[in-house]
Write a protein that binds this ligand. Sequence first.
Ligand code: ATP
Length: 213
Amino acid sequence: MLDTAKTTDTQVETLLEVNNIEVIYNHVILVLKGVSLSVPKGGITALLGGNGAGKTTTLKAISNLLHSERGEVTKGSVSYRGERVQDLDPAALVQKGVIQVMEGRHCFEHLTVEENLLTGAYTRNSAAETAQDLEMVYNYFPRLKERRRSQAGYTSGGEQQMVAIGRALMSRPECILLDEPSMGLAPQLVEQIFGIVKSLNEEQGYTFLLSEQ
Ligand code: ATP
């Protein structure tokens, strides 16, 4: 059972729309049926559900990451800014402004914190903009600036989650999908990360869709 909760209640533009989707893994395992949600521009939308409810599957259906898991959207549609996007490859969707921060953080362990962040700017080619964005990330995550020369694999779970979010920001996204950002983190860190998400939303205008239990 999945639920969505929105922080905004006024009439605003819908950025992302999931309409009645069905997802099947391995051609036979039906995991999602009739899931619909809409994400308003400039809001923080939460996708809530218990363990195994299908939150990750929903987010991967949006960012087109199901193919690598032998999953596919067999019914319904996903649109971004009114355009059907479910046939795009994930990189093309990133260029349109939608990026997913995967559950479990996923850093490049052998790269430094800063090198990890720079990989997020891979789709862009202005060195000046990249430097500016790196400063913006360090401004929101001062801890990453302190640890920028450390190998990511040796940083804490909270720092790795910050790296994963910071790396997503480096692609200059409009809409960020955050899959269970609190997973495995101490309550104090969870509070800190959600505080930063709220500031990024209010001050930089990023739209968030985040999943949590
Ligand atoms: P969690 O809180 O544990 O991350 P979730 O809500 O994100 O759970 P999903 O990971 O989307 O849930 O899983 C939904 C269901 O789909 C589960 O029953 C899971 O076992 C199944 N599932 C997920 N990935 C696959 C896969 N690649 N092949 C087959 N079944 C899968």
